[in-house]
Design a binder for this molecule. Structure first.
Ligand SMILES: C[S@@+](CC[C@H](N)C(=O)[O-])C[C@H]1O[C@@H](n2cnc3c(N)ncnc32)[C@H](O)[C@@H]1O
Length: 293
């Protein structure tokens, strides 16, 4: 956009009348909006194309959200281990996988395919997501309510829809429903809201309904979460003297869903501080996942 403005400015340098006409036209039309409008049009055409030809809706300029490929690999490895444990116990019940925050269902698809490959039909996927604006990030909040349809479409295209129990609500409500139904999980992945109070609630709630086999103590449901770039302890090591600044960082970011930069390190404050305050012994892997096993 700025480049276009510079080119026009140079071209019309010694011609004040066309210059002012061009400037007025640019201001009226605001090329930025036109640019986004065409991008959005292209995005919509892509969506109709996906519906028409039964293709998955993938992330794009407007659908920017999802787990990183390295974390997805690490998550797959954790699920693989848990499936092995489950198979060793020769349970006759179904393996229960819960996902909090699904967006387009990229993780649901990868982990669902792994479950299908190793367990046949012997598993159930429970997804909890309200699909309503929550970030105050313009495009994200603009698009999120449509993502619900794309998620369901993607589950149908990937053949996972028949294993799906979908709760279109906040994780706190989803948790109550599952608790009332006495559902316990083998594996739960939390990647919903990244705001401090939401993460804290998710950790506390979902750690309560993991499956613990008392007759067979070595088997426990695994709770995993995304976006744990730095632990509280690691932040303190970065800056030993400034614990007060770190606590201010927490106070100023209680309602922040996104990452912040501290001393050149990017991290999700909501996740880091909620894990620290949960009082649970939560592990951190090198890829930025947290887990309780
Ligand atoms: C980071 S995206 C999830 C990405 C997804 N796990 C993936 O791998 O592609 C966050 C999702 O969490 C959902 N979400 C936001 N607040 C939530 C809440 N309180 N409970 C459950 N889900 C929530 C959003 O609607 C969004 O779909």
């Amino acid at each position: 956009m700025t480049a276009i403005k510079i080119i026009i400015k140079k071209a019309l340098k010694n011609r004040p009348v066309p210059f002012f006409i061009a400037k007025a036209a640019l201001n009226i039309l605001n090329l930025n909006y036109i640019f986004h409008f065409f991008k959005f049009l292209f995005h919509k055409i892509k969506i109709y194309f996906c519906y028409l030809f039964q293709i998955k809706v993938e992330a794009d300029y407007f659908l920017k959200c999802g787990i990183s490929p390295t974390r997805l690999k690490a998550l797959e490895a954790l699920l693989n281990l848990q499936i092995t444990e489950f198979l060793k116990k020769k349970y006759s019940r179904k393996f229960v996988y819960i996902e909090v925050g699904a967006f387009l269902g990229k993780t649901t698809e990868i982990l669902g395919s792994l479950l299908k490959k190793r367990l046949g039909d012997n598993f159930q996927i429970i997804v909890i997501d309200p699909f309503i604006p929550y970030t105050k990030i313009f495009f994200y909040d603009f698009i999120i309510s449509s993502v619900h349809k794309y998620f369901i479409h993607n589950m149908k295209v990937t053949g996972l829809f028949k294993y799906l129990f979908f709760i279109k609500n906040f994780s706190s409500i989803g948790f109550k429903i599952l608790k009332n139904k006495k559902i316990h999980y083998d594996f739960c992945f939390v990647d919903g809201s990244h705001k401090y109070h939401d993460v804290l609630k998710d950790i506390k709630n979902f750690s309560k309904i993991r499956l613990i086999d008392y007759g067979n103590k070595s088997y426990k449901g695994v709770l995993v979460g995304d976006d744990y770039e730095f632990s509280y302890e690691e932040l303190c090591i970065i800056d030993k003297k400034k614990e007060k600044i770190i606590l201010n960082l927490k106070k100023n970011n209680l309602y922040n869903d996104s990452m912040v930069c501290y001393e050149n390190y990017w991290f999700h404050p909501g996740v880091t501080f909620a894990i620290h305050d949960s009082g649970l012994k939560i592990n951190k892997d090198i890829n930025g996942l947290w887990f309780l096993n």
